[in-house]
Design a protein around this ligand. Structure first.
Ligand SMILES: [Zn+2]
Length: 239
């Protein structure tokens, strides 16, 4: 089959996606609400079976909150059903079905929990069958090229506590300079950090509200185009 690009390769663009993974209640309260002030749309990836309960012992938002996020125009992505290390084909299908039924909207983005490399073929196939794109996550800066050649191998950069604001600013500047698509993935955005479930330390993927706001203000000052995963795939994916 001939593959045609929706836009010419010469029209590469710098784009930023702000993604929130795991659906934490604090992140909704402090992160999403701050973006709403500027009408910035994020990709909000939620483990569907944990809504109204908890993920790694941190409270996850409720369906009412998720409906509000959707109403505010954000891209709701499935982040599997139970956020386990081994996502099953059933979880991939069921999480989409439940989100679509409860939110009365099409869910086109999938975000793999934990993994930094694509899983075995049957899982990838189930994702391809149900979604228009999927993202994996890395704990170091990583960039995507636009147009997107493989919408099922989109890579996100997980923002960790160890990265300073100037370091994060540098990644945004690189995306602008080299016309790349940077996905910044935030987990817990809040006033207080929590314990890690996996080790006897603080959670590594925490960002304080003040720093989050400062970073968003920096992004706005750079005037980089901000789009959701779904919007980018729809506009710059291959047909
Ligand atoms: Zn996750």
């Amino acid at each position: 089959m001939m593959r045609t690009y929706k836009i010419p390769l010469t029209m590469q663009k710098a784009i930023l996606t702000i993604a929130f993974d795991d659906g934490y209640l604090d992140t909704y309260k402090y992160g999403v609400s701050y973006l709403n002030r500027f009408s910035i749309k994020s990709t909000f990836a939620v483990p569907v079976g944990l809504i109204g309960a908890s993920c790694e012992r941190r409270p996850v938002l409720k369906w009412t909150h998720l409906r509000k996020i959707k109403a505010d125009g954000h891209d709701i992505a499935s982040h599997s059903f139970y956020h386990s290390r081994t996502t099953t084909e059933l979880e991939i299908t069921r999480s989409k079905q439940m989100l679509e039924r409860k939110l009365k909207t099409k869910i086109s983005s999938f975000v793999y929990p934990y993994i930094s490399k694509l899983p075995k073929k049957c899982i990838c196939d189930a994702v391809k069958h149900n979604y228009d794109s999927s993202r994996i996550s890395k704990n170091m800066p990583v960039f995507n090229k636009v147009p997107i050649k493989n919408p099922y191998n989109v890579k996100g950069f997980c923002v960790m506590g160890k990265y300073s604001l100037p370091f994060l600013a540098k990644q945004v500047e690189r995306a602008i300079k080299e016309k790349l698509w940077l996905i910044e993935v935030f987990h817990l955005v809040g006033k207080k950090n929590t314990k890690s479930v996996h080790r006897d330390r603080h959670y590594r993927f925490f960002m304080g509200v003040a720093d989050f706001k400062k970073h968003v203000d920096f992004i706005l000052s750079k005037k980089i185009k901000i789009m959701t995963q779904a919007e980018i795939i729809k506009r710059y994916g291959i047909t």
